[in-house]
Design a protein around this ligand. Structure first.
Ligand SMILES: CC(C)(COP(=O)(O)OP(=O)(O)OC[C@H]1O[C@@H](n2cnc3c(N)ncnc32)[C@H](O)[C@@H]1OP(=O)(O)O)[C@@H](O)C(=O)NCCC(=O)NCCS
Length: 193
């Protein structure tokens, strides 16, 4: 995993060294309205992060996360994630969350855009999907801005707060990501993509 730079954000790979910063964000009260998040204590959370793979490349699997840091202020604004299942390493699932004070600025779209470049480029995925509850308009809007299409409704496809909930799957194919307007980012080597 590598640091990714976008116009306004620095996306920092989460490892055991900075997992405490992600854990702090996870404590915010309103993040669990539409998703289940780990309720681990700090030590257990850092240990679980330490077990994750650090190398993201073709054929790899596991859970990868990046802190979303505002470049100008250095503030932690949220995180993005990519999960690649062992049984199908050509497909991945993205996740994203911003603290309430950093919403409405386009940060999620900007960060997930960089993540998609990494998913289709470095990890060579064929397809990326995302799941969210139908009521989560803000999340669906992020996906639509990035060119995802609605795939299917999965009845009781996830749990939120311990209760089963329906979720909508959205999908983006690698071939449809090329030439998207949001693909105007720089990576750590400073080259324009
Ligand atoms: C889902 C979530 C990340 C979306 O956050 P968001 O701020 O709405 O999304 P973005 O960062 O892409 O911002 C888009 C908004 O910023 C606005 N915006 C302002 N300045 C902008 C800029 N320079 N560039 C792009 N958009 C900008 C857009 O117009 C848009 O506002 P609108 O929805 O009123 O039209 C956020 O609601 C969240 O963290 N929710 C809780 C956790 C969660 O539900 N996660 C997803 C689980 S599936």
């Amino acid at each position: 995993m590598r640091v990714m730079l976008t116009k306004r954000l620095r996306l920092e790979p989460v490892s055991a060294l900075n997992a405490d910063r992600l854990w702090q964000i996870l404590q915010a009260a309103d993040l669990r309205a539409y998703q289940d998040l780990p309720g681990l204590r700090l030590t257990a959370f850092v240990e679980s992060v330490a077990r994750r793979p650090l190398h993201l490349g073709s054929g790899q699997h596991g859970r990868y996360e990046w802190l979303v840091v505002e470049s100008e202020s250095g503030k932690n604004t949220g995180w993005i994630s990519l999960r690649i299942p062992e049984r199908e390493t050509g497909a991945g699932e993205v996740g994203y969350t911003l603290l309430a004070e950093f919403r409405g600025r386009g940060y999620a779209t900007e960060a997930v855009s960089a993540l998609l470049d990494e998913a289709f480029g470095i990890a060579r995925l064929q397809r990326v999907c995302a799941y969210c509850v139908p009521q989560n308009r803000a999340s669906i809007a992020v996906l639509e801005r990035l060119g995802f299409t609605r795939d299917t409704l999965l009845p009781r496809g996830a749990t939120v707060g311990g209760e089963p909930v329906d979720v909508i799957a959205h999908v983006l194919e690698a071939r449809d990501w090329r030439d998207r307007p949001y693909r105007t980012l720089t990576s750590t080597d400073g080259k324009k993509k």
